[in-house]
Design a protein around this ligand. Sequence first.
Ligand code: 13P
Length: 254
Amino acid sequence: MSNERRPLVAGNWKMHGSRAANTALLDAVVARLGKLDIDVLVCPPFVYLAEIAQRLAGTTIALGAQSLCVEPVGAFTGEVSASMLKDVGCGYVLVGHSERRSLFHEDNGVVARKFAAAQAEGLVPILCVGESLVERQGEHTFAIIREQLDAVIQLAGISAFANAVVAYEPVWAIGTGLTATPEQAQAVHAFIRGHLSHQDANVASALRILYGGSVKGNNAAELFAMPDVDGGLVGGAALKADEFLQICAAANRS
Ligand code: 13P
């Protein structure tokens, strides 16, 4: 981590939780988080957002959603718009998570539109990028990530990254227990920052780039020690108060 950028730890709960489990988890996290010099946010499933916004009022924990609709309003059954997310208290939204890309067929064009839709309502998009195992083995990692970034730059412009976060999540490390080594993560984070800095060095140096993929309490510190790793996007470990708190503490120290 660098001193210029405030660390951020985001918990992506994916399709986990219940009203009772959410309350127990947040009560434990809020009680023990303490005063840290980092940003912390949780991204629960849509249906719990409004209730969790009330639970988090008066705490330092921010709220994010896991996805959103590309359209602002209308006949889009089953979808949730950026303005609705804003209305119930979200400040952030994930776009382009690998599960959305692979399981729900969101391509780079759709992801770019979601990014723009979020910003149009003042939400901070967390743009997820990352390569599959086959792509890494074929040495296509940088090309894949460049395409994922360029689709957003083309639609929204480089200046849009002044109000965004990028998360590098290698698909092969998500939910597998296989974490990128700190050096592997640093190499890709440096590539992302370098690629953006060709267009705007100031935007690139201020951009927070999170690492995601099997971040745990016992590996967070070494990942966050890397100069271009500004925090984590945490899946499974965000559902366990002890683990999540350890990860937040590691981000605070780095
Ligand atoms: P895990 O931390 O469970 O590997 O999930 C990472 C992730 O996809 C966060 O968005």
